[in-house]
Design a protein around this ligand. Structure first.
Ligand code: ATP
Ligand code: MG
Length: 555
């Protein structure tokens, strides 16, 4: 452990507060924690919290713990614990120590006994509904529970028997004795323990009483020696209670500081809602590339670096706001533009036959792997008599300002030759199924020696050499910038985009991609950035579009 703490230049209100706490001597060692409840997969909002917790610990030469807040056994599962650890490590936010709130159940129970002995906690026989009735409202004070003045001895006895399993679920609670008239409803004798016979993923059936979040959280922070307990804004009104417990117990007191949650446009960031999307089959799973989960973004082709970059660019603020999803897309696009090798892929193929190109001939053309990085080198693309181009790059009857292939017009094939359309072949329904062209051998490499120009350059693959692939294109899951903004009586699911997944089963990619493996990312020229999907097998390549080439949010 370091004794000298370096103080970086504060860049936001939390860092400023931490630096002040060091200066004033309130804390000499900085320790933060990330406290996920293992009841779902981590989403991009959690990445923001992680980035704050992890980076502040690092900048101040401190430590960072991962602590599972597993006090609610009914909703928690090992699968979630495993996925959360995997996602955090993937992001690169390695923890110093790993804990579970359930490690502290015995200690937290002892704290409760201490508060009973101090006359600061009592066993209450009111039902959940009654507790709510007695609690009052924002404008009306609450009413004392008839059990509020039980003796210390009776409370100790009843609490021990709650633990021993003598009472039915929900029949009694342990409550803090604070102030039923407090302006802060959280201070109106909050429940500390409830009786709940539920199997816990770690403690099994050892306990039939469980502490509530508010009673477990601060005490867990205190036990670990957390200096700054950083959390999202909804916990602000819980801070007086957090402080009350540690003060009454006379234990080490961490400082809770709240920051704004991340809200992202066209996205829901609530585990409850994400769970519903998964359970009801609106997506293909927690790691569906349309999901705002870290596993979803990973599968979609986002890198950990791009998500960390996004988190540092949005920063932390005190007031809630909505971040444009374009900012997240910018982070990955910017990175892939620099790093992703270029490739030619035709997503919706249309056959082209070059009439004056010999049937049994193939020539190999040089293509650059990255236009801004000569060190990335070149590769060879086979060219032959039969090619595929995008259906969109041909129009039999061109609309105004259409400069791509059309009967009688010449265009450039990227890295290859000028070709000119000399006819079409149609099926019985009148659809163009083949475009007949001629090529000019003198334009090899893409320029005409006589200096004549073409107005369009299109991409292509050689039909006999191309590799078949399935390509998946994604749209935002929700149509509205704020999917949580639903009209009276409405439901957020009504805002789902009807076809947010588009599968193109008959795409073709250039042959150099034949052995692409998981983790491979490319820019398919003119089509966007793509990665290999985990559904890829030795028989079939599957690509996900990570992001398009341009920000189309403004369209
Ligand atoms: P959800 O509402 O999605 O279920 P949660 O707050 O219940 O999220 P936890 O597992 O309790 O999820 O969250 C762990 C930490 O992540 C908490 O400290 C919480 O403040 C923080 N967090 C959760 N969602 C966001 C978000 N959208 N932006 C920033 N921090 C968040
Ligand atoms: Mg929570």
């Amino acid at each position: 452990m370091t004794t000298s703490v370096s103080t970086p230049v504060p860049s936001d209100f939390i860092r400023t507060a931490v630096a002040e706490d060091i200066k004033s001597g309130r804390f000499t060692h900085i320790k933060t924690r990330f406290p996920p409840e293992p009841n779902g997969y981590l989403h991009i909002g959690h990445a923001k919290a992680l980035s704050v917790d992890f980076n502040i610990a690092q900048e101040f030469n401190g430590e960072f713990n991962l602590r599972f807040d597993d006090t609610n056994p009914a909703k928690e599962e090992q699968e979630y614990v495993d996925s959360i650890k995997e996602d955090i490590l993937w992001l690169g936010y390695e923890w110093d120590e790993l804990f579970f709130a359930s490690d502290y159940f015995e200690a937290i129970y002892d704290y409760a006994v201490q508060l009973i002995k101090k006359g600061k906690a009592y066993v209450c026989d009111l039902s959940g509904d009654q507790i709510r009735e007695y609690r009052g409202t924002l404008t009306a004070p609450g009413v004392d529970s008839p059990y509020r003045n039980r003796s210390v001895e009776e409370n100790l006895d009843l609490f021990a028997r709650m633990r021993a399993g003598e009472f039915a679920d929900g029949s009694r609670t342990l409550r803090a004795k604070i102030d039923m008239a407090s302006g802060n409803i959280n201070m109106r004798d909050p429940v500390m323990y409830r009786i709940l016979r539920a199997h816990h993923h770690r403690t099994g059936d050892k306990w039939c009483i469980y502490p509530l979040y508010d009673f477990a959280h601060g005490q867990s922070d205190s036990i670990e020696g957390i200096s700054h307990s950083l959390c999202s804004l909804e916990y602000e009104a819980h801070r007086p209670l957090y402080d009350w417990y540690v003060r009454e117990l006379g234990i080490y007191a961490p400082r809770q500081i709240e920051f704004a949650r991340l809200n992202l446009s066209y996205t829901v960031l609530s585990k409850r809602k994400l769970l519903q999307l998964v359970k009801e089959g609106h997506v293909r799973g927690w790691d569906d590339p349309r999901m705002p989960t870290l596993s979803g973004y990973r599968r979609r082709g986002y890198t950990a670096a791009s998500i960390r970059d996004f988190c540092s660019r949005i920063g932390v603020a005190k007031a809630d706001s909505m971040v444009d999803i374009g900012m997240l897309e910018f982070s990955i696009r910017d990175e892939l533009n620099k790093t992703a090798p270029r490739a030619l892929a035709v997503l919706r193929p249309l056959k082209v036959v070059i009439e004056n190109y010999p049937e049994d001939q193939t020539d190999m053309l040089d293509a650059v792997n990255h236009p801004d990085d000569p060190a990335a080198g070149t590769r060879q693309l086979p060219f032959s008599r039969e090619l595929y181009i995008e259906q969109d790059d041909f129009r039999e009857v061109p609309p105004p300002k259409y400069f791509r292939l059309t009967p009688g017009r010449e265009v450039r094939l990227r890295y290859a030759y000028f070709i000119k359309c000399v006819g079409v072949v149609k099926d019985e329904a009148g659809n163009v199924i083949e475009v007949r062209c001629t090529y000019d051998p003198a334009t090899r490499g893409g320029n005409a020696p006589d200096g004549r120009k073409v107005k369009a350059t299109i991409h292509w693959v050689s039909a006999p050499h191309a590799v078949a692939a399935e390509v998946r294109l994604y749209d935002h899951l929700f149509t509205k910038p704020n999917p949580d903004d639903v009209p009276e009586g409405g439901h957020f699911l009504e805002g789902l985009t009807p076809n947010s997944l588009e599968i193109l089963p008959n795409a073709f990619v250039e042959p150099s991609l034949r052995d692409a493996t998981l983790g491979s990312r490319y820019q398919f020229e003119r089509n966007g950035y793509f990665c290999i999907d985990s559904d890829t097998t030795s028989e079939k390549l599957v690509f996900n579009r990570t992001v398009g080439l341009k920000d189309n949010a403004s369209k």
